[in-house]
Ligand binder design. Structure first.
Ligand SMILES: [Zn+2]
Length: 342
């Protein structure tokens, strides 16, 4: 193992001249970088070699940090002697130690998309398919197929945007339920449907006119509320990396029966009360319920034979909870300095 550390030192000497500082930090000092892996490996080292291994590894880390400081110092001197060419493309004039910042932005995805990927990965491992929702839809998919007949008062719960041609910007990803049932049936159907949603409403720290939702449906013979509770709890525990207590309280959606608000114990304060949970110790996280028989029928599924559940969870809200963001509007402000902190 000690030979391996010598080899890493040689690599560092080579890399320090050929790679940028950001690349070096990424390769050696990041969370999954070469040194982090070696540190994690300490537990596998034989007891009599452990202390020497640890010591050598720490020396290597100090050596690398010193070399980085040294390189950064050189760059500063280079820059102070450099003349700027105002006609050159903007990044030519950017000093070498600032360039990684631009490269970093070019190559990084938005925090919402990073969280979406993590969530979809969890669902895929649980056996769900993925189908992306549409960003413009029609009355049938937004309302009628979901058991909101024309004139149904519950339509007013959704302040939607309509186009002059009578199309609608989806106010929830449930617009995809009918398509998913038809496309993926006959059951078993297990699918998550992530997509963008739009609501014509005033915005505040926890409401946005545009947000992402992840819809999920599971239809098969003998599916019950118990399956729903276990599936959603498992997903949230995996995502928030905490054991959670859950409560289900009554809600109302025309397309499920019974309808439930899924409530979790606050993952930050263990129910003591904190700003994230508004000092209640609990967080109302999402709507869910057993899919209404009329919705199954509209999707070509026999409700006498099959049952299923559905949920819709806000990606922005979960991201804000997980990353400790107090105002969800900040996720869409386009403020690079804010996004880079996440
Ligand atoms: Zn709390």
């Amino acid at each position: 193992m000690l030979n391996e550390l010598d080899k890493i030192k040689e690599d560092i000497q080579k890399d320090i001249t050929s790679l940028s500082i950001l690349q070096i930090k990424g390769k050696y000092l990041s969370k999954n970088g070469v040194l982090a892996v070696m540190f994690k490996n300490i537990k596998n080292i034989k007891a009599d070699q452990k202390s020497e291994y640890g010591k050598t590894l720490n020396e290597l880390k100090t050596y690398l940090e010193d070399r980085i400081d040294e390189e950064q110092g050189k760059i500063k001197i280079e820059n102070s002697n450099r003349k700027i060419d105002p006609t050159a493309p903007f990044d030519v004039n950017t000093s070498k130690d600032k360039r990684p910042h631009i490269l970093d932005l070019k190559g990084s995805s938005h925090p919402l998309m990073q969280e979406l990927e993590k969530m979809l990965d969890i669902f895929q491992r649980m056996g769900f398919d993925i189908l992306e929702s549409r960003q413009i839809d029609d009355d049938f998919h937004m309302f009628e197929s979901l058991n909101f007949p024309k004139g149904h008062p519950a339509r007013d719960m959704y302040d939607t945007f309509w186009t002059d041609d009578g199309f609608v910007l989806p106010a929830h990803t449930s617009t995809m339920q009918n398509r998913a049932l038809r496309r993926l049936g006959p059951p078993p159907i297990r699918v998550v449907l992530p997509g963008r949603c739009f609501r014509n409403e005033a915005t505040d720290a926890s409401h946005e006119h545009t947000f992402y939702q992840i819809e999920g449906i599971y239809v098969d013979e003998g599916i019950s509320m118990g399956h729903m509770q276990a599936t959603i709890k498992e997903y949230l525990e995996q995502y928030l990396e905490k054991d959670l207590e859950i409560k289900m309280q009554p809600a109302y959606f025309p397309f499920t029966e019974p309808d439930v608000e899924f409530v979790i114990s606050c993952p930050f304060c263990n129910k003591v009360g904190c700003t994230t949970c508004g000092n209640s110790g609990w967080i109302e996280l999402m709507g869910c319920g057993m899919i209404h028989p009329n919705v199954l029928t509209a999707g070509g599924i026999d409700p006498q034979k099959y049952t299923g559940f559905a949920w819709g969870v806000g990606l922005d809200r979960l991201t804000a909870i997980k990353r400790g963001i107090s105002d969800i509007r900040k996720l869409r402000d386009g403020d690079i300095n804010f996004l880079r902190q996440l």
